[in-house]
Design a protein. Structure first.
Length: 295
């Protein structure tokens, strides 16, 4: 009889222990919805926008992320469409960083139109709220061109961003043109006319390093209308008809038979929009000899 009572008590203890573990697991599962993603940003492209964000540091609670784009507003409530999802396992950890980073490319876009993006996180228990709508972008065309010194090759020295074509340096539609000075052994960029403004953005790794047409908030524009060109520097152009463009100097060639520069360019077709990855209210001041490097 004592052995029977002991056996029954032992079985009850096992059941209580199992029930306790089961209850603990249920409680732990509730509330495991992931946190809202942070660090959402975008990179402007030609007929595409790349959305980037910081991964959640939640010990593998997040299964994946959803990327959303604003569509319209109904009764004061913004509506978003799901563009796609990215698995948490697809994150990338860069050297020197301990955070996973994610990206998604939206190719269903039109150049010159502004888009707004948000990201959320999900798992089997639910999904987070959308991130703050900090990522907005206006895709724009881009391309390559080879320009020449206007003294030697006047017909191939100017560039018209609106039509993405090389023009004469003194053509009415030339936004900028280029010069090589053999005495200084240097190339120069000139504003095409007195209503064009130019700025040296500095060294860049590639064209996407320049995300905004007025990075200095009104400062840094050339008062003289010309700038020395340096390889791997990017330059911002504010055209006469209120468009923003940028060029990156990929290479220069001072061979007398060439006197050329290879540029990578981007042009914002949406007028007044400085998105290249706040337009100025007034133009910067120009010197009396604006656009004249000599004399």
């Amino acid at each position: 009889m004592k052995r029977l009572i002991l056996l029954v008590l032992t079985m009850v203890g096992v059941l209580v222990f199992v029930a306790g573990c089961t209850e603990d697991k249920v409680v732990k599962a509730v509330g495991e919805v992931p946190a809202v993603p942070t660090g959402v940003s975008s990179i402007t492209g030609d007929r595409q926008v790349e959305i980037d964000w910081r991964g959640n540091n939640d010990r593998d609670v997040t299964d994946g992320y959803g990327v959303y784009r604003y569509t319209h507003t109904v009764d004061g409530v913004d509506q978003y469409e799901l563009l796609g999802t990215v698995l948490a396992s697809a994150g990338v950890i860069y050297e020197g960083d301990d955070v996973r980073w994610y990206s998604y490319v939206d190719r269903d876009v039109t150049n010159g139109i502004t888009y707004y993006y948000a990201v959320n996180a999900y798992n089997r228990y639910g999904e987070s709220e959308l991130s703050r709508i900090d990522a907005m972008d206006t895709p724009r065309p881009e391309g390559n061109a080879v320009l020449r010194d206007f003294h030697t090759y006047p017909s191939n020295a100017g560039f018209d961003f609106s039509r993405a074509r090389i023009v004469r340096y003194d053509a009415g539609d030339a936004d900028v043109f280029f010069e090589y000075d053999p005495d200084l052994e240097a190339f120069f960029l000139f504003a095409g006319n007195n209503e064009v403004d130019i700025q040296d953005y500095g060294y860049t790794n590639d064209l996407t390093s320049v995300g905004w047409g007025d990075p200095g908030g009104g400062e840094g524009w050339s008062a003289v209308g010309w700038l020395e060109l340096i390889e791997h520097h990017s330059y911002i152009i504010w055209t006469a008809d209120d468009h923003y463009a940028t060029i990156r100097i990929e290479a220069t060639n001072d061979d007398p038979n060439q006197l050329s520069i290879n540029i990578r360019w981007a042009y914002q077709t949406d007028d007044g929009n400085p998105e290249l990855k706040r337009g100025l209210i007034t133009r910067p001041q120009h010197d009396a000899n604006y656009g004249k490097r000599k004399g």
